[in-house]
Design a protein around this ligand. Structure first.
Ligand code: NI
Ligand code: MG
Length: 589
């Protein structure tokens, strides 16, 4: 038996260590360890609840705005505030844009390199690559010129002697199965996606002022300037020595038009580049539909409210699926969520207990080995991430959970897009419960969400045109109007999975704050009953052909697109990439 530690795992958010035991070329056990303490929940204590979103979102710049939205909703829930229609639509556009840009980035700049050999791409024939690209997408001319230019850029990069992002990878491993032409096609789109992402950032900053970390949220709505309705608009001050250049205001006629153009660009890239590339790769690596199955229980809080009621219909519905049972979606309620610190670096009255976030505490207490760590073996506590459970069960969250809940729950838009993708791949819906399935589900979800963005923008434009210019309900803005004690919660989704925030307010200040991120679920360590978290469970059964080049482990880990910065809320300074820092031999071979 061989024990492998990969620390740090790169191409993720935050700091993650993975340890696995390998027997006869297959992972037989796994440990997921969040190696960095953040303490965001402690930072929020004692603050004005109206400031919470601004601080909470600093958890992460990858999960841009995710915790701002979750936090402002939890405070609004505590204070009983309903936001206006315009604010709901703006929040949907912001969160939806984040889903789309994050999923594309997750694929091209993080996960694709587990499937695509960038060094082999430099040997491809650009003509044949153009032919391949034309055969899988109706994008219009994908000329050999484009791919020749991309080949030249990657060749220069590989030959530069400073390969940076390319260092410490497993190029040339027999685990890479694509043709050099398929490698070059995705490598070219990797470069294009960088530029595309800049445009998506532009779209976000229209509505958020800044990206990452939006600045326009407000308890009660959004702090945006409504379009001017009357003749009372003040004359612009003259600055004779200064030429002021600025973007149009987001909600002006020009601003709304510019956003529509950017949304069209988002949609074109997802439909004509991202999804076809994922399906092409998935077609080659179809055996990965039988690997990384995981716990088979999926949780979705749901996201994107489609109406202004207190229990709105959601574009991506709420629910859970248990034990691979694709016949049934169960209802989900926030009271079912609890966390244990049985195997986490925290102290509590009873480490084994499952505690609802309203009663949760964050008392850090490191109990692991001293650095440098070659193995977590023998440490019963091994992660800064707590272990969330739903009604005592470990759950997987994320795009696959949301797509399965939507598919089985018969949400037409999810059903048709997912059916199309699995039809192309000639696999059944249960084959989605796999490493490959997570990657495909993420691309399908990007398509579902990007398709809805222009609808929300149109509804916003139409609503403003009726003269309804309301963007915030400030009725709860005066702390004097608050009850002396209040508590609130919110359920929502980040690109990586279900996000919940819980807080209690006393004497106009935050008394306690607990949040459980999507990656806290997926990167969860074991619970008091010894049951593994979602990623740990998915790693069991993953093949490892060469323990010195465990690219297969990265495939399953990256299929979750983990963000440990968010999950945890120390690392080996010798590590310069995804490198194996310790192979511990156990027993006889
Ligand atoms: Ni994050
Ligand atoms: Mg937490």
């Amino acid at each position: 038996m061989t024990r492998i530690a990969i620390d740090p795992i790169t191409r993720i958010g935050g700091h993650l260590r993975i340890e696995v035991e390998v027997s006869n070329g297959v992972v037989t056990d796994a440990w997921s360890s969040g190696t960095m303490f953040r303490g965001m929940e402690l930072i929020l204590k004692g603050r004005d609840p109206r400031d919470a979103w601004l601080l909470a979102q600093r958890i992460c710049g990858t999960c841009n705005g995710v915790h701002a939205l979750a936090s402002v909703r939890a405070v609004e829930n505590a204070l009983g505030v309903a936001i206006p229609r315009n604010a709901r639509l703006v929040r949907n556009i912001l969160a939806g844009t984040q889903f789309v840009q994050d999923h594309v980035t997750s694929f091209y700049h993080r996960h694709a390199l587990d499937w695509v050999d960038l060094v082999a791409a430099t040997t491809a024939d650009p003509e044949a690559t153009a032919e391949l690209a034309r055969s899988i997408s109706d994008r219009g001319p994908s000329g050999a010129l484009t791919f020749r230019a991309a080949k030249e850029r990657w060749t220069a990069y590989v030959g530069s002697g400073q390969p940076m992002a390319l260092a410490n990878a497993y190029w040339g491993s027999p685990a890479y199965e694509l043709t050099p032409e398929a490698d070059l096609m995705v490598a070219a789109h990797y470069l294009e996606a960088l530029d595309w992402r800049r445009r998506m950032t532009q779209l976000q900053t229209f509505l958020s002022g800044k990206s990452p970390h939006p600045q326009t949220f407000l308890v009660g709505g959004m702090a945006l300037v409504p379009p001017w309705g009357g003749p009372e608009r003040p004359a612009a001050k003259e600055h004779p020595r200064q030429v002021v250049r600025s973007s149009p205001a987001a909600l002006s006629e020009r601003g709304l038009e510019d956003m529509a153009d950017l949304i069209a660009e988002a949609k074109a890239f997802v439909e004509q580049v991202y999804l076809p590339d994922v399906l092409e790769i998935a077609g080659t690596y179809r055996e990965w539909a039988a690997i990384g199955k995981g716990i088979g229980s999926y949780l979705a809080y749901g996201e994107f409210p489609e109406d202004d009621s207190s229990e709105p219909e959601l574009l991506l519905p709420r629910g859970r699926i248990m034990n691979h049972d694709v016949a049934r979606v169960e209802t989900v309620d926030q009271v079912g969520v609890a966390e244990t610190v049985a195997h986490s670096y925290y102290s509590s009255d009873d480490d084994a207990a499952l505690v609802h976030p309203w009663d949760g505490q964050t008392v850090p207490k490191y109990a692991g080995p001293s650095a440098p760590v070659t193995s977590l073996e023998g440490s019963s506590k091994y992660s800064w991430a707590k272990a969330p459970r739903y009604q005592d069960d470990p759950m997987e969250v994320g795009p696959l959970a949301r797509m399965l809940v939507g598919y089985i729950g018969d949400r037409a838009v999810v059903r048709s897009k997912l059916a199309e993708a699995i039809g192309t791949l000639r696999i059944g819906p249960d084959a989605l419960m796999s490493t490959l399935g997570r990657t495909v589900a993420r691309a399908v979800e990007a398509q579902v969400v990007v398709d809805r963005l222009d609808g929300w923008l149109q509804e916003l434009t139409d609503n403003l045109a009726t003269g309804d210019l309301g963007l915030a309900d400030l009725s709860a803005w005066d702390p004097g109007s608050w009850p002396s004690e209040a508590r609130g919660w919110s359920f929502g989704e980040s690109p990586r999975g279900a996000v919940g925030h819980w807080l209690t307010i006393g004497d106009r200040r935050i008394e306690d704050y607990q949040l459980v991120d999507g990656s806290t679920w997926n990167c969860s360590p074991r619970d008091a009953r010894g049951r593994r978290g979602a990623m740990e469970e998915a790693l069991v059964g993953t093949p490892v052909n060469d323990p010195d080049e465990p690219v297969e482990i990265l495939r399953t880990v990256h299929s979750f697109d983990p963000c440990t910065a968010c999950a945890v809320h120390a690392f080996d300074p010798r590590g310069a990439g995804s490198i194996v820092i310790g192979i511990v031999e156990k027993g006889s071979r």
